[in-house]
Design a protein around this ligand. Structure first.
Ligand SMILES: Cc1ncc(COP(=O)(O)O)c(C=O)c1O
Length: 473
């Protein structure tokens, strides 16, 4: 297998390709990127997309193995979504939600409430996953202020959690590598263990642990009784931590504990929402209704930046009162509820219905599972994890002991860089290779993707330590 040179109509003249790469180096600061390394390899410049493919400036097409960072659901240049955005452009590109309303935002709010877990009744729009979490945390905090319990001034989150990059969402984040430098800026959060069975932080065996990691949430709720504004979790999968899949029952147990200690549960479904776990929202797998739910990424089918925080009526009502009551939610972004984004989201929800997307997922999930079953035995693979269309393949130095590679070796990054030669775009989380293709990916391409990962592991790992890292030749 190799990258498929085609789509020459998208190929740019060589001098234009060079200019773009040079100007990227000169002017662009990329997210989550160590630029001292970035500058050693020419970046792939993506100029077009087509279904589950992205196409680079040389006209090569690649399977979009991470859905353009966990967003794209129904493919790139999906005619129905393109048409919905164009139709909305024919009316208006943007109007504000501050003091005005707009049809796409109204229709979308109604549709989201219809499909959300029971009890979620109001939709507050923002722009991206981080802001949806920021809003949820502010709502939870202010809710208790308005209810006359101002001492509830802290949150419980899970170690390894990732909820975004704004300071509020970093405050409930548990990935030291990303978050420790901001520690002095953050609000109070208590951390419970990550449900990471492969490296259980409590040293338990999954078969006999009795969900001890979830019970630690209860221990913290007890220790800080009456002080917790909300518990925040990524339901079923701690995605950015390396697709860490929680053991069954973990989410339901946390919900129960929140009920027992009468605190709020925030479900951050930014990564897991919209079919990724095989159902529309991960919470429904464990019949859990959160008090607040955060959505983004797949909300617009992965087309445009839009987010939503869904809240119960009970939370919403706590914010009602006379104008001078101090209960107004003073939060809102310029592009909150942008009509183009809402129009794309409505078209995406239509596709879910028309194409029976959720009904078709089990067969695709099975293809990924069958390859993972083989990869689990691979000598360089310590652990494979899957929840629906989200999967992680954790590469380790020593299969017997689970000893990881040194971070500086960038093994996951090298394997993913090499995947481009097999016509696949991937991005790792440390040494976990992440598989999260668009939900529309054909069976043939799912097989190609999974076989490519295996070949990359075979082709890259034996060469580790060679003086020239892959991609630099
Ligand atoms: C669970 C979760 N929450 C929040 C975010 C942040 O979303 P954004 O990057 O759109 O701000 C992410 C991003 O990966 C995520 O996975």
């Amino acid at each position: 297998m190799s990258a498929m040179p085609e789509d020459s109509k998208h190929a740019l003249p060589p001098e234009e390709q060079r200019r773009l790469v040079d100007d990227d180096r000169r002017y662009v600061w990329h997210p989550f990127t160590q630029h001292s390394l970035w500058n050693q390899v020419d970046p792939l410049v993506i100029v077009a997309g087509d279904r589950e493919y992205v196409i680079d400036s040389e006209g090569n097409r690649y399977i979009d193995g991470h859905s353009s960072l966990w967003c794209n659901l129904h493919g790139h240049r999906r005619p129905e979504i393109d048409a919905a955005i164009q139709a909305q452009l024919g009316r208006i590109a943007h109007s504000t939600q501050l003091g005005l309303a707009s049809p796409p935002a109204i229709e979308l709010a109604k549709r989201l409430v219809d499909i959300a877990p029971p009890g979620l009744a109001k939709v507050f729009y923002s722009d991206d996953g981080s802001t949806s979490v920021e809003v949820a945390c502010k709502m939870a905090f202010a809710y208790w202020q308005h209810r006359g319990e101002p001492q509830r001034d802290r949150f419980i989150a899970l170690r390894n959690a990732y909820h975004g990059d704004t300071i509020g969402s970093v405050s409930v984040g548990g990935i030291d590598l990303f978050h420790r430098v901001y520690a002095p800026l953050l609000f109070k959060t208590e951390f419970a263990p990550s449900p990471y069975c492969y490296r259980c932080p409590l040293g338990k065996k999954p078969e006999t642990c009795g969900l001890a990691c979830a019970d630690e949430v209860g221990r913290l709720l007890d220790q800080h009784r009456g002080r917790i504004a909300a518990v925040i979790v990524e339901p079923l999968v701690q995605a950015a931590a390396g697709m860490i899949t929680a053991p069954p029952g973990h989410l339901a147990r946390v919900r129960k504990l929140c009920d027992t200690y009468k605190t709020l549960l925030i479900a951050d479904e930014v990564a897991t929402g919209f079919g990724r776990t095989g159902v529309m929202f991960a919470c429904t797998r464990e019949k859990v209704s959160p008090d607040l739910m955060c959505l983004s990424k797949g909300l617009t089918g992965g087309y445009l930046p839009l987010a939503a925080t869904l809240a119960t009526d009970e939370i919403y009502h706590a914010f009602l009162g006379p104008i001078d009551s101090g209960r107004t939610l003073y939060h809102g972004h310029t592009f909150t509820g942008n009509p183009l984004g809402c129009a794309a989201a409505l078209a995406s929800l239509d596709i879910f219905e028309q194409d029976r997307v959720i009904e078709r997922l089990p067969a695709k999930i099975e293809i990924i599972s069958s390859h993972l079953a083989r990869l689990a035995n691979h000598r360089h693979v310590g652990n494979v994890r899957q929840c629906g269309m989200m999967a992680g393949i954790e590469l380790v130095k020593d299969k017997a002991t689970g000893e990881p590679y040194a971070y500086g070796q960038q093994v996951g990054a090298q394997v993913c860089l090499h995947a481009r030669r097999h016509g696949v775009i991937l991005r790792p989380l440390a040494d976990t290779v992440v598989i999260m293709p668009p939900l529309c990916t054909s069976d043939e391409n799912l097989n190609h993707l999974m076989i490519a990962v295996e070949r990359c592991i075979e082709e890259v790992i034996p060469r580790l330590g060679a003086s020239v890292p892959d991609g630099l030749e």
